[in-house]
Design a protein around this ligand. Structure first.
Ligand code: SF4
Length: 349
């Protein structure tokens, strides 16, 4: 992305037609590896501070990073901008997909070494732990990340992977995670598993107030993506679906097609009406569903299999610890999910 486009993106974003009266905006750098574009990132942070000096809107910055770039200049930028970090780290070496540098050298050792440092530079540091059918040892992976300093971990599947035949293994993995969560909660230190904690809150809301998630995700509403040419996407996951793009950063007047996304309601998802996971799920990622050839209101079968297994684990944690009047769970449920801005949205979807 050129600096010119990046600055236009900031202006676009501050425009009332785009962000309305919202005072707290989140801007996330997403790649590729954003810290390879430090000139651009520094410029965007500085420009955002200069742009519209009387503007009441505040931008909070974050970046998703593969954890390979942790130079003093990156540290200065992260600290100076109060930048949140979402760091890709999949757990133990055995569970991690090979991520080689251009030279062919595996990046794992570098990321493992950088992780504690990156996390120490920000109060909003989260590990994005992506899993696939061959990395279902959640407990070992989560423990390893915690040992390296992670306090907040988003455990998210590669939905597009081939999950057929792994249903039993997925069930066992989530039940083992539930066991781990409960044991840690009994010791007064429940792990910061972002996705599970959100699901526990959703489950609790369904039990106490009867409320259910009303949307699949934030696509096209309070989450938009900007591609390097300035194209406005319904979210960051649409770079290869140009026909779904909504306009450009040159104008805050987006295509009326945006309504397809803003009007999305889980009530319009035929598969979800009687689903056992409904308390914690509103339909799942739309980009993944569309890429699989499904309609905007259709559920993705692999996503559903994984979500239902997660829901059973969440229900078990909730019912067991409630029965035990577990203090850590009750305290966690009493505090609303903190506002993590765009980072929270990207981490957990
Ligand atoms: S698991 Fe699938 S069917 Fe169930 S609520 Fe979620 S998207 Fe809908």
């Amino acid at each position: 992305m050129s600096i010119e486009v990046a600055r236009k993106a900031v202006d676009f974003y501050l425009d009332k037609k785009i962000s309305g009266n919202e005072r707290n905006l989140g801007l996330t750098f997403f790649g590729g590896e954003p810290f390879l574009e430090l000139d651009l990132m520094e410029d965007v942070v500085a420009y955002s501070r200069r742009a519209r000096p009387n503007c009441y809107k505040k931008i909070r910055f974050s970046a998703t990073t593969n954890g390979t770039v942790a130079s003093p200049r990156v540290e200065r930028l992260v600290r100076d901008a109060g930048m949140g970090l979402l760091i890709s780290f999949d757990g133990t070496h055995e569970s991690s997909e090979s991520r080689p540098f251009a030279s062919g050298r595996d990046a794992y050792d570098v990321v493992e070494r950088n992780l504690p440092r990156l996390l120490s530079w920000t109060h909003l540091g989260m590990v994005r732990m992506t899993f696939h059918p061959r990395s279902l040892d959640f407990v070992s992976n989560v423990k390893h990340a915690i040992a390296l300093g992670a306090r907040s971990i988003a455990l998210c599947p590669v939905i597009e992977a081939q999950w057929d035949g792994y249903e039993h293994a997925v069930e066992e993995a989530y039940q083992a995670l539930a066991e781990f969560y409960m044991n840690e909660a009994r010791r007064g230190r429940p792990p910061g598993l972002e996705v599970t904690v959100r699901a526990l809150h959703d489950h609790h809301a369904a039990m106490v107030r009867g409320t259910l998630p009303s949307r699949p995700c934030a696509v096209g509403t309070f989450l938009l993506g900007i591609d390097p040419s300035g194209g406005v996407m319904p979210c960051h996951r649409f770079p290869y679906r140009k026909h779904d793009w909504l306009g450009t950063v040159d104008s805050p007047d987006l295509s009326p097609e945006r309504e397809r996304f803003t009007r999305l309601s889980t009530d319009d998802f035929p598969d979800c009406a009687r689903c056992s996971a409904r308390a914690i799920c509103g339909g799942g990622c739309r980009a993944v569903a569309l890429n699989a050839g499904l309609a905007l209101n259709e559920a993705h079968p692999a996503y559903c299999m994984l979500t239902r297994a997660h829901e059973r684990a969440v229900r078990r944690i909730y019912e067991t610890l409630m029965e035990e009047r577990n203090k850590a769970l009750l305290q966690m449920l009493a505090v609303p999910i903190g506002d993590r801005g765009a980072l929270g949205e990207l981490a957990t979807r």
